[in-house]
Design a protein around this ligand. Structure first.
Ligand code: CP
Ligand code: NVA
Length: 303
């Protein structure tokens, strides 16, 4: 494994399968032996820039840093007004003089790339319109815990071909997970990412019928139909995603050992029903917890 110290964490595509496995194994150990890591980042500081709201990302990074002996600073959307009050470049150059790392949740993926370009310290992507790599690490950690390995697994993603879907694709390509995406016409994932991940060996099918997607799948994953920044299209999206709800009917045709995942926040009884979210196949709240453990591994290895 290459030395990860000082590297940005912007996309799973930048890491090899071996490196991703090393993060996951460290996260498992950190979860089991929490107290052993309390000085791992002693005295280190993480600056966290948010252009969008957050529960999981903000709290898991903040608590994660403090569990590792460090400190995290939350910077709200209004505070620095990235790119408006000050250029992204200047923000990166100033923050990296104070902090040991920057975590950023942004609209445009170019902004997180620009931060990384001008920051001397590692930049972690806490979600952009294109990708959500920290979520992906928590998701694959959850899958690994449930199934023991990734061999022969089929993941069906139902819904919008968005940032979470793109990240799952990169991860599936690296980890040898088969993927089937069931989305309405016009909501397919980025053609460029389809091209890149299939070239990287991803076994991928894209269909427009969730019943075809779910058949014999080991993991059924969904996300909101209206991502942050798309609120203006809400009515149209709710109409066009009708029929793509994850409900008990869909689970009936999945594999017997199938688990259900959602990155949250969820709109209960819209993209996923209450009974499925709270049912015995749901791994959703393990996933939320695993944000903490997966990100602690990223922080410890990169800062
Ligand atoms: N899943 C996730 O990133 O949640 P938040 O938007 O609450 O951070
Ligand atoms: N696709 C969602 C994920 C939220 C964690 C969004 O970007 O809003």
């Amino acid at each position: 494994m290459n030395d990860t110290k000082g590297r940005d964490f912007l996309s799973l595509k930048d890491y090899s399968s071996k490196e991703i496995m090393a993060y996951l194994n460290l996260a498992i150990d950190m979860k089991r032996n929490r107290a052993d890591y309390r000085n791992a980042l002693l005295g280190k500081n993480l600056a966290m820039i948010f252009q969008k709201p957050s529960l999981r990302t903000r709290v898991s990074f903040q608590i994660g840093m403090s569990e590792l002996g460090g400190h995290a600073l939350y910077i709200s959307p209004n505070e620095i007004q990235l790119g408006k009050r000050e250029s992204v470049k200047d923000v990166a150059m100033v923050l990296s003089r104070y902090a040991d790392g920057i975590m950023a949740r942004v609209f445009s993926h170019d902004d997180v790339l620009e931060l990384a370009k001008y920051s001397d310290k590692p930049v972690i992507n806490g979600l952009s319109d294109l990708l959500h790599p920290c979520q992906g690490m928590a998701d694959y950690l959850t899958i690994l815990e449930r199934f023991g390995d990734f061999d022969g697994l089929r993941l069906c993603y139902v819904g919008d071909g968005n940032n979470v879907c793109h990240t799952l694709m990169y991860g599936a390509a690296k980890l040898g997970v088969e993927m089937i995406i069931a989305c309405p016409k016009g909501y397919e994932p980025s053609a460029e990412i389809v091209e890149e991940t299939t070239r990287d060996g991803l076994d991928l099918r894209i269909v427009n019928d969730p019943l075809i997607g779910a058949r014999d799948s080991n993991v059924i994953y969904t996300d909101t139909w209206v991502s942050m920044g798309q609120e203006g299209d809400e009515e149209k999206r709710l109409r066009e995603f009708k029929g793509f709800q994850v409900n008990s009917g869909l689970l009936d045709i999945a594999s017997d050992d199938c688990i259900v995942m959602h990155c949250l926040p969820a709109h209960r009884n819209v993209e996923i029903t209450d009974d499925v979210m709270d049912g015995k196949r749901s791994a959703i709240f393990d996933q939320a917890e695993n944000r903490l453990h997966a990100q602690k591994a990223i922080l410890a290895l990169n800062l």
